[in-house]
Design a binder for this molecule. Sequence first.
Ligand code: GDP
Length: 295
Amino acid sequence: MFENLTTRLGRVLDSIRGQGRLTEEQIAAASRELRMALLEADVALPVVKDFIDKVRTRALGVEITQSLTPGQEFLRVVQQELTATLGGVTEPLNLRAQPPAIILMAGLQGAGKTTSTGKLALWLKEQKKKVIVVSGDVYRPAAIEQLRIVAGNVGVEFFPSAVGQNPVDIARAALAEARKQYADVLIVDTAGRTTVDEEMMTEIAALHAALDPVETLFVVDSMTGQDAANTARAFADRLPLTGVILTKVDGDARGGAALSVRQVTGKPIKFLGVGEKSDRLEVFHPDRIATRILG
Ligand code: GDP
């Protein structure tokens, strides 16, 4: 995960690690290299600019303490700014709602919504929550079937739906069932499209209005780099998103999506998908990811 970025940043930091004292020129040179590394990682340009400005300003103003060398100070500044860019603090999943807490899953087709629904269901089940999942994808019977199988595999209840039904009717029926069974959480998977289109947005906005979910999670493929952040913003313009699940991070050597999403959308990343299997879900901790990126 993010190996390319780690290698590039490692080189920049190595170049100043041994320095006794950092001059303005050295900081400028290191900042240029940092900028290149982030652009290569496909981080969105405004995010790169902001990051570099902050690192440079802070590095110039840094007080050299007794305990740290200038190189170490620079590393500390980069680490802190990386953490801030990734969102600063961990934003946990919010289930503070009259049960059942409703989680609405949104995203483009193939982003990993159904897989992530199963992962989230398992994660919640492991916390002793009673979970029901339902699919509102009334266009693709295969999607409903996929969710049924995933639910069976992770051992949570699947509320059946069928092609041709109205997604809002399905969601309302699932909610009634979840209430009847005193479920803790209802996760509603939705139909995606290959691109952001008006029909999909209208449909998911109607679902949102009918369900009033406590969490509306945008699921996005991290391999799409800064495009992931742009798609997230297009959704965030129409839907009050509460967080992001970044998927396929296991195959992403660059890291541009992770670094862009928070700043471009203002929405926190809450989970990472790190594999195809249902247990390959990680809670997103900005500080730990920053440490991992720095190797
Ligand atoms: P949906 O159309 O948004 O519901 O997407 P799916 O859940 O069907 O996922 C699309 C493909 O991405 C499937 O082949 C999944 O196995 C794969 N996938 C989803 N999440 C991850 C992940 O975190 N890592 C990897 N490697 N593959 C994933």
